[in-house]
Design a protein around this ligand. Structure first.
Ligand code: ADP
Ligand code: MG
Length: 583
């Protein structure tokens, strides 16, 4: 075949593919343009997950009538002029590619009015070609409507996921920008319904409340500024969760560099490392961390669509983030968890204290000095330390009874144990399942009839990728066309459970963020299966059942935590009891 120059239309569709992967990429580019235009109010409206239409409206500077067509030319931008400018980028856009790319693969209506012009312009394009241009009345600012994305690229259109998935991606981008720009008001509506709005009052905590809810928003700690700042020119601000608030994956760590959302494994790790010893294993903090540094210290020109940047001195950035978070935890963490009174047991009333004092002659303990869990040191060097259960096996325990259909009360040579029945059972099942897997003899139970289970595309592809892992844990599952999987057998411990539920759980466990580095995929799946299979809180247990469970727990290698790292029990020593009763 002879070499030919590609026709312009094909070339621009290829180029567009780099920038526009799915509806959320359109949202990202248009929102960035609105932010660069100095808007305060940015409104995003989608139909059918953005597949039918996306409209982004802003009150920014608008485009002068004379330049409207130019904005749609490839490599046309108002944001930089010389190659030197590339080394000091302060805007989100700079490639001059987005509008051209979006227009190449959709039908675009661009209505804009520059602040200092009396009337606006409406430009309509289809597959990159201008089909209408007229004057239009509108307030200063810009409204871009993108319809029928990939109408002329069927191969791309076919790869779009469900509306729900596309909406989720859009939600992700919008909440990120809302967090990065608290002074701007972002509104997001899907199919005519407003699903998100940030207040635009320049208070990041208020945006956090809008994104994560009141409880999280109220609990997070504002990053303490560095006094001897910025020798390095690196400034770190934002919010991080106190050690008592954590999540099952690192997806709640959001990082921005100079107002740009970045995915950076090292910086994410810097945040996690700042929590060293403060979180149960397998749990991650929630954080919104903004790094600001001189633009020439960071290269943002890595890839048009990837959230990646390169730092001139990445070690310095790592250290600055890690220190800022650590400093915040040390200075702002509320009462260390280990030193709190046992949850749910009310602190003695003043009246009671007085009476005790009168009857026993004992002085009330000073406020703040409270019951400590056995094995805990006072938190001298490690404020905010969480309950780290002592290692080792359990002594033989005698089951006394059940409390609130949730806890098992047991007695041992050293006092009382309150055992969380669900957490304990999870631990027992988990160790058993992994041991059986080692021996390749996991009990599997065939279903009477194979059950087809329909899943989301992500879930289906994750499961398909890990069929061997599933097999080793007692599943027999096979792809059944499209997004359906056929379940032939389940691990015996969940044989009674709805196969659809179990597969959904497993897919959730497999989704990237849920598999911490130190963990194998097998462990992540096993944890999830055991969680499903374990007795629930609220389930009344017979005496023999409780005894069986406690016996099994005594045999475990790590009986004191559940596979998710939470405690399975609280131990109250004889001395602690005596102290509490003022004996
Ligand atoms: P870039 O953002 O990299 O410059 P785009 O293709 O996204 O490239 O936009 C091209 C140009 O169009 C921008 O440089 C800007 O001048 C103008 N423009 C695009 N969107 C807007 C908007 N919402 N408000 C004002 N100007 C805009
Ligand atoms: Mg742009």
């Amino acid at each position: 075949m002879s070499i030919r120059v590609l026709p312009e239309e094909v070339a621009s569709q290829i180029a567009a593919g780099e920038v526009v992967e799915r509806p959320s990429s359109v949202v990202k580019e248009l929102v960035e343009n609105a932010i660069d235009a100095g808007a305060h109010d940015v409104r995003v409206e989608t139909r059918a997950g953005g597949k039918r239409s996306i409209r982004v409206t802003d009150d920014g500077c608008g485009v002068p009538a004379a330049e409207v067509e130019l904005a749609f030319h490839r490599h046309s931008t108002s944001k930089l002029t010389t190659a030197d400018d590339l080394a000091r980028i302060t805007t989100l856009g700079f490639r001059g590619e987005a509008l051209a790319s979006i227009a190449a693969v959709s039908r675009v209506t661009f209505v804009t009015r520059a602040v200092d012009e009396p009337v606006g312009t409406l430009l309509r394009l289809e597959g990159g070609r201008v089909i209408t241009r007229q004057e239009s009345g509108r307030p200063p600012g810009t409204a871009v409507t993108v319809e029928d994305l990939f109408f002329n690229v069927p191969a791309r259109r076919k790869f779009l996921r469900s509306e729900r998935t596309e909406r989720r991606h859009i939600d992700g981008w919008l909440t990120r920008y809302a967090l990065a720009y608290p002074a701007l008001r972002f509104t997001l509506a899907h199919d005519g319904r407003v699903v998100f709005q940030s207040p635009g009052n320049d208070r990041l905590r208020d945006v956090l409340i809008a994104v994560y809810g009141l409880e999280v928003g109220a609990a997070v700690l504002e990053i303490v500024p560095d006094d001897q700042q910025p020798v390095s020119g690196i400034r770190v601000t934002g919010f991080v969760s106190p050690p008592s608030l954590h999540r099952a994956n690192r997806g709640y760590i959001t990082l921005f560099v100079n107002g740009r959302w970045v995915q950076d494994v090292r910086l994410t790790y810097a945040v996690i490392q700042a929590y060293h010893t403060l979180l149960p294993s397998g749990r991650y903090p929630l954080a919104v961390v903004m790094v600001r540094l001189p633009p020439e210290e960071v290269d943002v020109n890595v890839h048009p669509a990837k959230a990646e940047v390169r730092f001139r001195d990445s070690d310095a950035v790592f250290r600055a983030v890690q220190k800022a978070v650590r400093r915040t935890l040390l200075e702002r963490s509320p009462v260390p968890i280990a030193a709190r009174p046992l949850a749910a047991w009310p602190a003695p009333s003043a009246q009671w204290r007085e009476r005790r004092e009168r009857l026993t002659g004992l002085k009330p303990r000073p406020a703040g000095e409270q019951l400590r869990l056995r094995g805990e040191r006072p938190d001298v060097e490690a404020p905010g330390r969480v309950f780290t259960p002592p290692a080792g096996k359990l002594p033989p325990l005698r089951v006394v009874g059940q409390l609130g259909a949730t806890y098992i009360v047991a007695e041992g040579p050293e006092g009382m144990y309150l055992i969380d029945q669900h957490a304990a059972h999870e631990r027992v099942l988990f160790e058993r399942l992994l041991a059986e897997r080692e021996q390749a003899e996991v009990a599997s139970q065939a279903l009477l009839e194979p059950v087809p289970v329909e899943l989301t595309p992500e879930a289906a592809s994750l499961l398909e990728e890990h069929l061997d892992v599933l097999g080793s844990l007692g599943f027999r599952v096979e792809p059944f066309g499209g997004m359906t999987m056929l379940v032939r057998a389940l691990p015996a411990i969940v044989a009674e459970t709805d196969p659809a539920r179990v597969l959904e759980d497993v897919a959730a466990a497999l989704s990237a963020g849920n598999v911490p580095l130190a963990d194998t995929v097998e462990e992540a799946v096993a944890r999830q299966v055991c969680k499903r299979a374990a007795v629930k809180a609220g389930q009344i247990l017979a005496q023999e059942e409780m005894e069986k469970l406690v016996r099994a727990l005594e045999q475990c290698a790590s009986p004191r935590t559940c596979p998710h790292g939470r405690p399975t029990m609280i131990h109250l020593s004889v001395e602690q009891l005596a102290r509490e009763f003022g004996r």
